[in-house]
Design a protein. Structure first.
Length: 81
């Protein structure tokens, strides 16, 4: 299984004026890992599909904020994540 959330460690310069974010995250869409859409793919019912924004569960990937749980004003800014 592929992970939709990826992370990287950006360069932190010695003269940066702002506190650094040591780990940055980005998300990739699920369709990158699906290839061609197979025939007979499972589908949500119409009401659920409207709420989730897609008809197919394989293409559903809700966004969750990776920075939400960190403390405000933290000096390490996600280094322990």
């Amino acid at each position: 299984m592929y992970t939709f959330r990826k992370s990287y460690h950006p360069y932190v310069g010695p003269f940066d004026p702002c506190p650094p974010i040591r780990v940055k995250y980005y998300e990739t869409p699920p369709n990158l890992y699906l290839g061609y859409q197979p025939y007979g793919l499972q589908q949500f019912d119409p009401c659920t599909a409207l709420k989730k924004g897609t008809l197919w569960p394989a293409l559903y990937a809700p966004y969750t904020n990776p920075y939400k749980n960190r403390k405000e004003g933290s000096a390490n800014d996600g280094a322990d994540v």
